[in-house]
Ligand binder design. Structure first.
Ligand code: AMP
Length: 293
């Protein structure tokens, strides 16, 4: 599963980029801002309570947004993955999200942060306010309060995800397509990390032939070195880090293709025997039920 936290201050372009990422990766979009605006439009008690805070540019209570996210996760059990947009916004939300995903046997794959400076944000939001009519985008002091809420309560989440080696910074100033391209490069890199973990797991737990073991080990070693190279360049904030990511992302596509090919040829025996077991134990009545669902 690919679970992305798309991070950034209000006006960084999270909504626009989410739409493009959803289209490309078939992910489910979970925007707490959209969910709250929906509650306001339906005039539910929750919506009315949230509106008072949103109109001032204050954050809504953690338990409200965590509850919303939980019910959305529960109602999409077969998703390929999720894009969290505008959530988490506090450390309590980030911890709750980790717990919710862990219960589902998954985790956040990466936080992708769109970085835009404050004055550019305020300009963008005032323009959006004129175009969309969103009340919290129309008044400069409310906007400044939202940016302030972000800087004090949400920005510390960079550390939360950095500590888990999941934080990735992306320049949020540029054309929509250029920023999207940077996000895609990052996701390729994140997928390489996930692939490496899976591969190392397979090497440890599958009963491989010597030949398959050697191929899988060689690929995982190379992938590991590439990933470390990117991490080191980034830690030193080398200007060429972005170029290195691009190079590795391109190399990685080739590698992951060959890994998946290798993997396909590895556990054939297991798949066959698993099928045989399923065949034996699945009763005809149960089968019928599955088909009609
Ligand atoms: P957004 O559309 O993400 O900019 O959110 C608009 C407003 O909804 C914010 O200014 C907050 O008042 C509220 N909101 C959205 N998401 C959250 C969240 N995760 N935690 C608390 N408040 C939120």
């Amino acid at each position: 599963m690919l679970n992305i936290v798309l991070f950034g201050p209000p006006g960084a372009g999270k909504g626009t980029q989410s739409e493009k990422l959803i289209e490309k990766y078939g992910l489910i979009h979970l925007s707490t801002g959209d969910l709250l605006r929906n509650e306001i439009a339906k005039q539910t008690p929750l919506g009315l309570e949230a509106k008072q805070l949103m109109d001032k540019g204050d954050l809504v209570g953690d338990s409200i947004v965590i509850g919303m996210i939980e019910s959305k996760l529960d109602s999409n059990p077969d998703a390929n993955g999720f894009i969290f947009d505008g959530f988490p916004r506090t450390q309590a939300q980030a911890i709750a999200l980790d717990d919710l995903l862990q219960k589902k046997g998954t985790a956040i794959s990466a936080m992708l942060a769109l970085e835009v400076d404050n004055e550019e944000l305020i300009k963008r939001l005032l323009l959006r306010g004129k175009e969309s009519g969103r009340p919290d985008d129309q008044n400069e002091s409310i906007i400044r309060n939202r940016v302030n809420e972000y800087n004090t309560k949400t920005l510390p989440l960079k550390n939360f995800y950095s500590e888990q080696s999941k934080f990735h910074s992306i320049d949020g100033i540029g054309s929509i397509n250029q920023i999207f391209n940077d996000l895609v490069q990052r996701i390729i890199f994140v997928k390489a990390e996930i692939e490496l973990t899976n591969l190392e797991n397979d090497i440890e737990h599958l009963d491989l032939t010597i030949n398959d073991f050697e191929v899988a080990t060689e690929i995982s070693e190379e992938l590991k070195q590439d990933i470390e190279e990117v991490r080191k360049s980034e830690a030193k904030q080398k200007p060429q880090a972005k170029k290195v990511v691009e190079k590795i992302a391109t190399k990685k596509v080739v590698k992951v293709n060959s890994v998946s090919k290798t993997k396909k040829s590895l556990p054939v025996k297991k798949i066959v025997s698993k099928k045989a077991v399923t065949k034996k134990t699945t009763k005809p009545a149960a089968k019928k039920q599955i088909v009609s669902q």
